[in-house]
Design a protein around this ligand. Structure first.
Ligand code: SF4
Ligand code: SF4
Length: 60
């Protein structure tokens, strides 16, 4: 898993809706990406504040 949600996350929930593998879940302080992530990068594309960092491996 090459993607991570940073503490900048404001828990808007937008990324959860676009994740094809339901790999994003609500953590204690902000959202977290679990092992179901396939590195598609969709979450990073939709995050309004660029709180998701990572490198796309699959998808475009
Ligand atoms: S990179 Fe893709 S699979 Fe991984 S958490 Fe983001 S939307 Fe889900
Ligand atoms: S889209 Fe960005 S700010 Fe919104 S819940 Fe996901 S990581 Fe947090």
């Amino acid at each position: 898993m090459a993607f991570v949600i940073t503490s900048e996350c404001v828990k808007c929930g937008v990324c959860i809706d676009v994740c094809p593998t339901s790999a994003i879940e609500e953590g204690d302080e902000y959202y977290v990406i679990n092992s179901a992530c396939i590195d598609c990068g969709r979450c990073m594309d939709v995050c309004p504040i660029d709180a998701i960092k990572g490198m796309k491996i699959n998808g475009q």
